[in-house]
Ligand binder design. Structure first.
Ligand code: FAD
Length: 477
């Protein structure tokens, strides 16, 4: 930072209600870390905002000083866009307050909240909105990409439940947006990622859920893998929308309900939740127990908030991660053969393959009704390369890339923007699909100079090649 910027930073500190961190501060080291440990960046400033007015100050500071700007919600994104080198990070992690209106079935929550914060507030009233499956994920990044989880077949994507938002734009203006106020921005926020401003508040519609739900795991040995996948495909096509069943293929952890002989062995796991009356759900899940010879099961009625944390221990922050992802509109036998082949080659004990099931309410809106276009996606398959030692980087990344290539012929061609890695800028258009050009026009209106570019970036329509800022890496293709 030059002298002028240092003097301006002092000015910023004087008006800022939150905390400004620079590299010499004790809290800086932990503040610059994010979920994916392969991302190791050193911003010049971390602006830990306490209020919307802090966000305005930080945006104005970044813009007026020509600094690269990153925005951190939950810091979970695999691509690592929540943090930059040299520039400024707007860190919302202290802005987590939630206000529930139980009668109106609405919640308003700040932009730094996690999924756990949202569930805790809404479940106190027996209400919920569809969000993701790992409770430490940020509500902001998840929503801005689309958002889906266990409740989505019944209640839609997270964005389908977004009622309004408060956004600070690149001009430092606080804008309210909904279907009737600034509708172009509202359309773009629902799937256009962090391209249009910093969202300081989200308002969601809520639904009665739980507070206890029928949920749990059914585990088969991998020798049953292909048969289980084939039966799953038939089963999920007819399952009620209240029932979500996802598939995980990995080494079985030493779960107490699994006989010791299965610990550490490859397994196929059905993870399920019934988002209705548990008694009504029981008969629907019975066929899942008859797909083959069970290794074990752990199914019961438990608090929805506990179920929402089931996968947290397997997806804790701090490991090295490289993921790849495909959308599918149907699942073919040829894909199953490749899946089984690559489960056999899993490069580390933590690596896994996930099938998330969409369908139902996620497919009903028209693809152009919001920026998220993938209403044809019935399944999202993720290959989670996950490991601890940097010496394993090359091997684990290679596994994910090879698997991605081998399975591509069976995929729909679309991809969920929130699962793109840092080296996939070539897939950004596929992620926004047919909505890209309209998004670029909205981008030109709200962020003509592309201040918000640490994301799966949408170039403002008609803009010439941008000047590269300090700390910025050219997109790799
Ligand atoms: C373990 C794991 C499990 C996951 N499971 C699911 C799942 O079940 N369903 C699902 O839909 N997704 C899932 N995801 C993907 C997840 O939705 C994305 O990683 C999402 O971007 C995380 O949001 P975040 O706020 O934590 O991330 P961050 O890294 O903080 O931000 C992600 C992007 O959004 C921008 N951003 C963050 N906050 C704001 C804000 N307030 N205003 C404007 N822009 C902002 C950032 O600049 C960045 O570009 C999962 C990810 C992980 C790592």
């Amino acid at each position: 930072m030059n002298k002028i910027q240092t003097a301006r930073l002092e000015e910023l500190k004087n008006s800022f209600k939150g905390t400004i961190l620079i590299p010499s501060d004790d809290a800086y080291e932990s503040a610059r870390k994010i979920w994916n440990a392969t991302i190791d960046r050193h911003p010049a400033i971390i602006a830990r905002c306490a209020t919307t007015s802090d966000v305005v100050l930080a945006i104005n500071f970044a813009r007026d000083n020509g600094l690269l700007l990153a925005v951190r919600g939950g810091g979970h994104n695999i691509a690592g866009n929540a943090v930059c080198d040299d520039g400024i990070v707007i860190d919302l992690s202290q802005m987590k307050a939630a206000r529930v209106e139980p009668e109106a079935r609405r919640v308003t929550i700040e932009g730094g909240a996690t999924l756990a914060d949202l569930d805790a507030a809404t479940q106190a009233h027996g209400l919920a909105t569809p969000i993701g499956i790992n409770s430490t994920t940020g509500i902001a990044g998840l929503t801005l990409g689309g958002g889906f989880g266990w409740l989505s077949r019944k209640f839609g994507m997270t964005i389908d439940n977004l009622e309004s938002a408060e956004v600070v734009t690149a001009a430092g203006k606080v804008v309210h947006t909904s279907a009737t106020e600034n509708p172009d921005l509202f359309w773009a926020l629902r799937g256009g990622s962090g391209n249009f401003g910093v969202v300081t508040h989200f308002e969601f519609r809520l639904h009665p859920v739980g507070p206890e739900v029928l949920s749990g795991l059914i585990v088969y040995p991998i020798s049953e893998g292909k048969r289980v996948l084939q039966q799953y495909r038939e089963f999920i096509a007819k399952a009620p929308e209240e029932l979500s069943v996802w598939i995980v293929l990995r080494q079985a952890p030493p779960l107490p309900f699994l006989p010791a002989e299965f610990h550490g062995k490859k397994a196929i796991v059905l993870a399920l939740v019934y988002a209705g009356d548990p008694k009504q759900g029981e008969p629907f899940i019975e066929p899942l127990r008859k797909f083959g010879t069970l290794a074990g099961e752990h199914i019961g009625v438990q608090p929805y908030t506990a179920w929402q944390k089931t996968f947290d221990p397997l997806l804790a922050p701090g490991a090295r991660n490289y993921w790849k992802s495909h959308n599918f509109s149907s699942l073919e036998d040829g894909l199953f053969d490749i899946v089984i082949e690559y489960v056999e080659k899993l490069p580390s004990p933590q690596s896994e393959i996930f099938f998330g099931a969409l369908g139902g309410a996620t497919t009903r809106p028209a693809p152009e009704s919001a920026a998220y276009a993938h209403r044809d996606a019935m399944f999202v398959m993720n290959f989670h390369g996950r490991w601890e030692d940097p010496a394993d980087d090359e091997r684990c990344i290679r596994w994910a890339r090879e698997f991605f290539k081998a399975s591509a012929p069976f995929a729909s061609g679309g991809v969920y923007v929130n699962f793109l890695t840092a080296d996939e800028s070539v897939r950004v258009r596929a992620a926004y699909g047919p909505n890209y050009d309209r998004l670029a026009r909205v981008k030109r209106k709200y962020d003509p100079a592309n201040l918000f570019r640490m994301n799966q970036n949408i170039e403002p329509a008609g803009r010439k090649a941008p000047v590269q800022l300090r700390g910025e890496v050219s997109p790799s293709r």
